[in-house]
Design a protein around this ligand. Sequence first.
Ligand code: GLA
Length: 391
Amino acid sequence: MDAIERALANFQSTYDTEPTVVARAPGRVNLIGEHTDYNDGFVLPMALPFNTVIAARPADTNTVTVASEGFGSVEFAIGDDPAGTTQWARYVHAVAAMLSAEGHVAQPRAWEGVITTDIPPGASLSSSAALEVAAGLVYTSLSEVSLSAGQLARVGQRVENEVMGLPSGILDQLASAGSQTGKATLIDCRSLDLRTIDFPAGATIVVLDTGTRRELVESEYADRQATCAQAASMLGLGALRDATPADVDRLASLDGATQRHVDRARHVVNEDARTLEAVEAMESGDLPRLGELMVQSHESLRDLYEVSGPALDAIVEAALQSPHCIGARMTGGGFAGGAIALVADDGDNSVNDFCQGLMGRYQAPPEQPATAPTKLYPCQPSAGAGYVKRP
Ligand code: GLA
């Protein structure tokens, strides 16, 4: 049973009736454009065929009662501070708070329901963003308001920034809320304009979950975000989106700038350019160029931005040894979790061959032990968030 079927079954067995609303939000991978979103730059994600699902019915009180498969049941009052709510349910609670803070609804309607997910947690596939987006869809439908993908994503981003304390950008939430089947989406993280890009024929994305999981990397993420903001301000710019390669060269001589500022800024400026070039490569069906850009992105994240890790580097290297592999890179925040490979898909056996070869070749590096099994998932770009059922 997939997450939708399990949510329906769990709701039925808990409440002995059918849910009023069933909302679904997918995980994502980012094809290229990493650590550019909080610099007002460009990203190019696609949604995965793995969803987080919430099945719910309105409550008569202000209390939300929600059970997450494998994690038990939690209750919270909508008007209370989400900081007091236990970890996974804090996301669901905080979405209600941020819907109010954004002025979309004075007090969202409370509900009771169940959550299921097919998104492997901690694998850099944005399981928390999917939970935020699915919760946003449930609250808004029961409160009779309708939000754009950008508005929904902004609510989720504010949950991360203001409640979870992570100064992240809008990539994960907007990829989950705004993606389309068969397409990647170029997101301008300043204007939030979305441009759908046909995924080129003849290739498949394979998610490479190393089984390593992030620990205590929030401070590293915040450090990168702060360094970029400092670099932009030293250059007299609002964001590194506006910096040129010449600006990066001149950064070195500015007051207070360190080699780190220069390296981080160089990554961001080049990565934005690579992302726009990747769109051209996809549109002209130039898979080899797309693959090269992905590899350059990985190297820059590893060497200049320093957010890769031993397991991510090792799996990318092992993937690139396959004759079927066109490109590979880490995806998402980095340090651990998942990478992606662009694999030639001859409609016959090339993707299988790639997966089998990689499973045989990849060795988890001893300095970064995995806590979950290594898994490979061939994926086509899938649908963004939506309703399976709505009032
Ligand atoms: C995490 C964050 C995103 C983005 C990526 C890196 O996934 O949540 O906002 O910054 O890292 O591109």
